[in-house]
Design a protein around this ligand. Structure first.
Ligand code: SAH
Length: 259
């Protein structure tokens, strides 16, 4: 029995296999950051393997029942357990230097977690996480595949993504309906793109919101009519690499500045 009653609304699926927990913790490179944040420690199966590390670790858990259990199980880090919503908590408040993030993510909000990581990419140097295998594959998808989408382009722009291993349903209480996977993301050395990055996010999102349309149609509102014949816009978003999206952004930016 789990010491905390799993709550579906919080995406709680507690990992029961310590070997897998150790393997996830062991997937951190340990390089380039001196602070670690665990998202959703739950009952602490992964936490146990993080506390021994020399890094400073902060734990953010939204569930008060889990947080109370963690405080009693790990009194030595009681002041590092933050009972709050990761999506709302300002990361800069924890540490203003490079951090790594680790967690067996609540699958129902994994995309929102990634958007928050992207917003904080100046701080987040590395991520090791477990999530639905389908989402892991999508994030790691190359251009030209059906699963390549907004998060693949945005995350791959700033991070090198490695698909590490799959995890079956039976090692969780309760078992999730889907297979899981663990990935590692390491921020690229040069993580500033050579373009207007606010516009870049907008172009990627706008193009994929109508992913079956040619860019000429999906990006219509960002273009001017002289661009109708430009062959660049006869493509669909999944055909564009990260570099293509950067070039496209530079081009669109030049249209707006030239009037
Ligand atoms: N790490 C644990 C639990 C994983 S389940 C294990 O591997 O067993 C996901 C955990 O994320 C749960 O503990 C859940 O309460 C927590 N959680 C869900 N939404 C959250 C949020 N917005 N912020 C922080 N933690 C959250």
């Amino acid at each position: 029995m789990a010491p905390v009653k799993p709550k579906k609304s919080l995406g709680q699926h507690f990992l029961t296999d310590k070997n897998i927990a150790a393997k996830i913790a062991g997937s951190l490179s340990g390089k380039g950051y001196d602070h670690l944040i665990e998202i959703g420690p739950g009952t602490g199966v992964l936490t146990e393997f993080l506390i021994g590390k020399e890094k400073n670790v902060t734990f953010i858990e939204i569930d008060s029942e889990s947080a109370a259990y963690l405080r009693s199980r790990f009194p030595q880090v009681i002041d590092r357990i933050i009972e709050d919503d990761f999506l709302k908590y300002p990361l800069g408040k924890i540490h203003n230097e490079p951090v790594a993030i680790i967690g067996n993510f609540p699958y129902n909000i994994s995309s929102q977690i990634f958007f928050k990581i992207l917003e904080n990419r100046h701080l987040v140097r590395e991520v090791v996480c477990m999530l639905q295998r389908e989402v892991a594959k999508r994030i790691a998808s190359p251009p030209g595949t059906k699963t390549y989408g907004i998060l693949s382009v945005l995350l791959q722009s700033y991070y090198e993504i490695e698909y590490l291993f799959s995890v079956g349903q039976q090692v969780f209480i309760p078992p999730p309906k889907v297979t899981s996977a663990v990935i590692r993301m390491r921020r690229r050395e040069n993580f500033r793109l050579n373009c207007n990055e606010v516009l870049f996010f907008k172009v990627v999102k706008t193009a994929f919101n109508q992913r079956r349309k040619m860019l000429r149609n999906s990006l219509g509102s960002l273009l001017n009519s002289n661009e109708a014949d430009n062959p660049m816009f006869s493509k669909r978003p999944e055909q564009l690499s990260v570099d293509d999206f950067i070039k496209l952004t530079v081009h669109i930016d030049s249209l707006s500045s030239s009037g």
